[in-house]
Structures are given as structure tokens and as C-alpha cells.
Ligand binder design. Structure first.
Ligand code: ZN
Length: 281
């Protein structure tokens, strides 16, 4: 029996612009439409960033709520995950969206250099975000951009700030952070198994590494992430037409590795989430 793989679609992110790829959804209505198409192509989880009216990264909780409302109405059972990531956003505002009780939210468990900036996640802020997530019943997706973040995540579980079983995402291929190397992923998976038994994991490859990392994850029993946040191209020299196009390719790739896309209900069971919230028709 092919085992189900949860496909995450990261629809927007904080960086890509319409000038780079017109398919990047920016306004909440566009984000909802893009998510619906990705859902129909096989995505069971949507990772959401919002932008302001000028297209800049935003922490506007109302915009997060609007996207969530549309996704819940149009994509039955789909898991909604808000970003609490920091690029272009004030630290104090990064958790404001959690009051809307998405199923999940991202939680980076350390600081790291990116290509030209520091992605700053001081310990006190990580703890506060983790506590807020617990208070609102939001499951964190632990974002591992660099090795120490994995050990920090275990410490947070031990201290009761993150509930077990944890869910971890390994992000590979960001300049100055973890490289997209297969043996690096193997090491991370092995460490995760010892540090956080029973944890689930997914992997994201950034830019040209996206599809390669998808293959590595599928071959190792992990879950996968695609979408325009991480990569605006379908292949070298050709922009992706939509988030759905990227999702469709990963959904088709599953069979090569004895996998199939998880349904939303399967994805919820695999990640230990409750059934679809009320209003999620
Ligand atoms: Zn993100």
C-alpha cells in the first residue's frame, strides 16, 4: 500500500513579487483562489503569509483571518498554517494572527543568517510564540533552518512548551543556512528520531533545490512542501504557472516512491490534529 505524503503548498512567502512571477498571490482573494487550485491538485496543507496593500510582508491579523475563512469554506478539511516568520515584520506583531486559531503555525527555534540578513528569533520570543500557540490550541511546525534549531526544539518539548509528538520541517538550500545535501538530510532525520521519537517531518528545498528535496523526502517516508514561496520556477528558465502546477508535479511524483498524496483527513491524522473545525464544510 502506498503510504500517504502530506503535501504542503507555501503559496506566497514574504519575498517573491509579482514582478518576479505574476502568479504569486498577494491579495487575500488571490491567495484563496490559488489555494483552492492547489488543494484540487493534491495539497492538504496551506502555509500562509500575508502582505499589505503595497505587497510588503505584513502581520495583519485581519488578512490572515480572511484567507483562513476562504480556505475553510472552499477547501474542506485542508490544514491552515500561518507563518510567524520574521522577514519584514516586527517581533511583537508576529504572533498576532494566532488568536484566529489556525490549525498550525510555523515556529523557527533559533536565529540564522540568510543571504543578506539575519533571521532573528531570540529565545524569549520563541518561548512566547510557543506559549501563545499552546494557549490557542495551535500546533507548531518547527522550522529547522540550521542544526541547533533541532536541539532547541527538543529542549522546548522537554520543558513542555511544545507538545509531543512534534512536527518538524527541515529547510534546505537557503544561502548561509543548511545546504541542500542528501547526507545532511539523512543526519537530520536520524537525529530527529533519537531526540524526538514519534515526531513527523517534512522537508523544503529552496529555489532550484525544491524538486530534488521533494524526491529525497518522499524516498525517506517524509512529507513534502512546494509552492511559489520557495521557488518561482517550474524548471530552469521557465516560471511556474501557478502554485497548483508545482503541487501537481509533486503529487504525480509520489507514485515513483511508493507514496500517494494524503487526503486532508489523512493529513490531520498523521499530524495529530483534530478534525476539521466547524465552518470547514
Ligand atoms: Zn513561510
Amino acid at each position: 500500500m502506498p503510504s500517504p505524503a502530506v503535501i504542503t503548498v507555501a503559496i506566497t512567502g514574504s519575498q517573491p513579487t509579482k514582478a518576479q512571477n505574476p502568479a504569486v498571490p498577494i491579495a487575500p482573494a488571490e491567495q484563496i483562489e490559488s489555494t483552492v487550485a492547489a488543494f484540487e491538485a493534491g495539497a492538504a496543507l496551506v502555509h500562509v503569509h500575508v502582505r499589505d496593500a503595497h505587497g510588503q510582508p505584513s502581520s495583519d491579523a485581519d488578512r490572515y483571518a480572511a484567507v483562513q475563512e476562504g480556505v475553510r469554506r472552499r477547501c474542506p478539511g485542508m490544514i491552515v498554517q500561518f507563518s510567524t516568520g520574521g522577514r519584514g515584520r516586527q517581533a511583537a506583531e508576529r504572533g498576532l494572527c494566532l488568536k484566529h486559531r489556525p490549525d498550525m503555525a510555523s515556529l523557527a527555534t533559533g536565529s540564522v543568517n540568510f543571504a543578506s540578513a539575519i533571521y532573528e528569533n531570540p529565545p524569549a520570543m520563541i518561548e512566547e510564540l510557543a506559549q501563545t500557540m499552546q494557549a490557542f490550541g495551535v500546533k507548531p511546525e518547527i522550522e529547522v533552518f540550521d542544526l541547533a534549531m533541532l536541539y532547541n526544539a527538543r529542549a522546548l518539548v522537554e520543558r513542555g512548551l511544545i507538545s509531543a509528538p512534534a512536527h518538524v520541517q527541515f529547510v534546505l538550500g537557503i544561502p548561509n543556512a543548511l545546504p541542500a545535501r542528501e547526507r545532511t538530510l539523512d543526519f537530520l532525520i536520524e537525529e530527529l528520531g533519537e531526540l524526538l521519537p514519534g515526531a513527523t517531518w517534512t522537508a523544503a528545498g529552496i529555489g532550484r533545490h525544491q524538486l530534488t528535496v521533494n524526491r529525497w523526502a518522499l524516498a525517506r517516508g517524509g512529507h513534502v512542501r512546494t509552492g511559489l514561496e520557495d521557488n518561482i520556477h517550474f524548471e530552469r528558465g521557465r516560471l511556474a504557472a501557478s502554485n497548483a502546477e508545482l503541487v501537481r508535479r509533486v503529487a504525480e511524483l509520489c507514485a515513483e516512491h511508493g507514496r500517494r498524496p494524503a487526503t486532508p483527513a489523512e493529513a490531520r491524522a498523521l499530524l495529530g490534529l483534530a478534525g476539521a473545525p466547524a465552518g470547514n464544510a
